[in-house]
Design a protein around this ligand. Structure first.
Ligand SMILES: [Zn+2]
Length: 190
């Protein structure tokens, strides 16, 4: 027996030809190092997870995104409200008015809880010279359920607003008035 005689006749039996782990096919794909035939490899690449896993993942992703968006909206709304309230306290009426208006425009279906916000908005509007907007806000409040305090607040706001609107309207040129005793008297005293 020569030293250089090949002795590898047992090798093939020890390592059987690899087959596809999925279907047992002998024709392995050349596009992957994994023991898979080409159809199984392609199928696995296309659908690496069972359908129910993918559907669940999509549902979870949608829920997470939805709740994130909701809480973000919630948080930004709360921050806006805090800012508007701060502007009110600092008597920066224009900024307060803009802030409240933006908040109220966001939830068009004005809920009962917004009464306070609407009153604050009307106050800020009045104080920043937006009399029309303030009046419209008060109009929108009518017919709502409100606490006694809210009604009082709205009433005094309405009275003030009525006075301010009258003041702001250009005065009609005064027609010469006939003298009466009552009108004559003060100028005599002057
Ligand atoms: Zn296969």
């Amino acid at each position: 027996m020569s030293l250089f005689e090949p002795t590898n006749d047992a090798a093939p039996a020890e390592a059987p030809a690899p087959t596809c782990v999925n279907c047992g096919s002998l024709h392995l794909s050349g596009r992957t190092k994994l023991p898979l035939c080409e159809p199984c490899r392609a199928g696995l690449v296309k659908f690496p997870f069972p359908l129910w896993v993918r559907v669940s993942a999509v549902v979870v992703a949608v829920m997470v995104c939805g709740s994130l968006a909701l809480s973000r909206e919630h948080i930004s709304g709360a921050l806006r409200l805090k800012h508007a309230e701060k502007m009110m306290r600092e008597e920066r009426w224009e900024e307060a008015f803009q802030g409240y208006q933006e908040l109220l425009n966001k939830n068009k279906d004005k809920k009962q809880g917004d009464t306070d916000m609407m009153l604050a908005c009307a106050e800020a509007a009045k104080n920043s010279g937006h009399y029309e907007e303030a009046a419209r806000m008060l109009d929108a409040l009518s017919g709502r359920k409100a606490t006694k305090m809210e009604v009082e607040r709205a009433d005094s706001l309405g009275r003030e607003l009525g006075y301010l609107i009258k003041q702001s309207q250009p005065q009609a040129p005064q027609a010469p008035l006939p003298f009466t005793g009552a009108q004559f008297l003060p100028s005599v005293l002057r």
